[in-house]
Design a binder for this molecule. Structure first.
Ligand SMILES: [Zn+2]
Length: 326
């Protein structure tokens, strides 16, 4: 079986790009997102709406409103993820254009340039022809870079994700985001305190762009409404009062996760890419996730198999021995 170039499904699309000279192979997850500038004056805005299962009929679209000037503002309270009503107003057309651009750029910047997937060849393996598709540079171990692409779509286009965006009437107001409803401030950097370690005397701070975290919830399995927080399955074993804190990471290191309180892609956050790599390549087990920082520390570990394939393809042995990393 050859590597599948793409899988298009109701939860998200994914594409495998073979390595080119000087460019690594990539597994790109493409999430089609419709952002809706929420009309805050509606009954819809005063109630909350969970995500539907991937592939469900879309149902009614959230009410939207764009104002040409401040005189056209509609106002009302929008309910947040904690069921609190928060005063909001309409978006100006110009604000909305800026926001949608920034949303795509922030979410992609947070997720990208972190994920590296290595073929470890335990249990099963790639053919030589498939393995060669992972070599973009003879001096760098064969690997696949993980990429997230946000593909902004107009309303009603059959997106993977529909996200309402409220505009706060009072800048800095507290608003707890959810995957289906964020605010104009969700593309700003915010600090979070790690509180789950308090009983052990461990504290700390992380920073996060809420929009990147909420988009992460949409990288869900086909039969699932949500891609969970990093320690959600652990948290549900705790007393109820501790669950909310613990699901974002039981340790400070795990709290740094995007699907915790931070901006780091951990093993958990990389799960959607691993699951598509296992479906798009013949190798069902052997893919291993490493963070790019750790990958760069091990750049000299070119495998015997890679050297053999390169020699067979006519590369000179000297190239393989120089320790120069571009
Ligand atoms: Zn969350």
């Amino acid at each position: 079986m050859a590597i599948r170039p793409f899988i298009l499904e109701p939860n998200y699309d994914s594409f495998f790009d073979r390595a080119q000279t000087g460019q690594p192979a990539q597994l790109r997850i493409r999430l089609k997102v419709t952002l809706v500038p929420l009309d805050p004056s509606t009954a819809w805005a005063r109630s909350s709406h969970a995500a539907k299962l991937p592939g469900s009929p879309p149902g009614p679209l959230p009410p939207s409103h764009l104002a040409a000037s401040e005189a056209d503002f509609k106002r009302g309270s929008v309910v947040d993820a904690s069921a609190q009503p928060v005063p909001c107003r309409s978006w100006l057309v110009s604000e909305w254009q800026d926001f949608t651009r920034r949303f795509k750029s922030i979410v992609e910047t947070v997720w990208n340039n972190q994920m590296v997937f290595l073929p470890t060849e335990n249990g099963d393996s790639l053919s030589d022809a498939d393995f060669r598709q992972l070599i973009g540079n003879p001096k760098v171990p064969a690997h696949v870079a993980g990429v997230l692409e946000i593909d902004l779509q107009p309303t009603g286009a059959g997106s993977h994700a529909i996200i309402e965006v409220a505009h706060l009437a009072n800048p800095g107001a507290t608003f707890r985001d959810r995957m289906t409803r964020i605010t104009d401030e969700s593309v700003q950097y915010g600090e979070h305190n790690f509180t789950a370690g308090r009983a052990r005397g461990i504290g700390g701070k992380t920073g996060q762009f809420a929009a990147a975290h909420e988009v992460g919830h949409w990288l869900r399995d086909p039969g699932s409404k949500v891609f969970d927080h990093i320690d959600r399955s652990y948290a549900v074993t705790l007393p109820r009062a501790q669950q909310d804190n613990a699901q974002y990471g039981r340790t400070l290191g795990r709290y740094y996760s995007i699907m915790g309180g931070g901006t780091v892609v951990t093993d958990h956050d990389a799960t959607p890419w691993i699951s598509r790599l296992r479906r798009q390549t013949p190798m069902k087990l052997g893919w291993m996730y490493v963070h790019r920082i750790d990958f760069r520390r091990s750049l000299s570990d070119v495998s015997a198999r890679q050297k053999r394939l390169l020699l067979a393809a006519g590369f000179l042995p000297q190239i393989l021995q120089s320790g120069q990393i571009p």
